[in-house]
Write a protein that binds this ligand. Structure first.
Ligand code: HEC
Length: 120
């Protein structure tokens, strides 16, 4: 009797974990730079390449997910990002190179999936 009860709890837990895993797996996926993002970035900043954007993505996960979840760049306008980033530079203790890189990263990625969400 008890064993049966436990099995049900296990089943429930497994389902919950799977759903969680699914959500976690999808979220950062939106932010992973691909070649298309590089092209867009290079229209504004000539020093951007895929490796640089990928490094920025890692830095973003590392530095910007400590206090709150990593906000999706597409959720804010360019103006909102430019206003917010100096505060977050302070919060995340970024040096000025990291600040510039992450600013370029969010401005690049905020345009990423607006129209091409389902192509990624
Ligand atoms: C030391 C903690 C801390 C770190 C690290 C941090 N933040 Fe924040 N962040 C906050 C707090 C606290 C708020 C809310 C306070 C406010 O609205 O000013 C916030 C708010 C935000 C918001 C606005 C959310 C909203 O909808 O109002 C964005 C966007 C954001 N952070 C991005 C970032 C980015 C990008 C980084 C990495 C460079 C970062 N944060 C690192 C503490 C942090």
């Amino acid at each position: 009797m008890f064993g049966f009860y436990l099995l049900n709890i296990m089943k429930y837990l497994i389902i919950v974990f799977c759903l969680f895993g699914f959500v976690l797996a999808c979220k950062p996926g939106l932010l992973i730079p691909v070649e298309k993002d590089v092209q867009r970035a290079q229209e504004r900043w000539h020093d951007m390449d895929l490796q640089t954007l990928k490094n920025a993505h890692k830095l973003y996960l590392l530095k910007c997910g400590k206090c709150h979840y990593t906000y999706n760049p597409t959720n804010y306008s360019e103006e909102a990002w430019l206003k917010r980033m100096p505060d977050m530079k302070r919060e995340a203790k970024l040096d000025s190179a990291e600040f510039k890189l992450l600013t370029k990263y969010v401005l690049t990625m905020r345009e990423a999936s607006k129209s091409s969400n389902n192509e990624r």
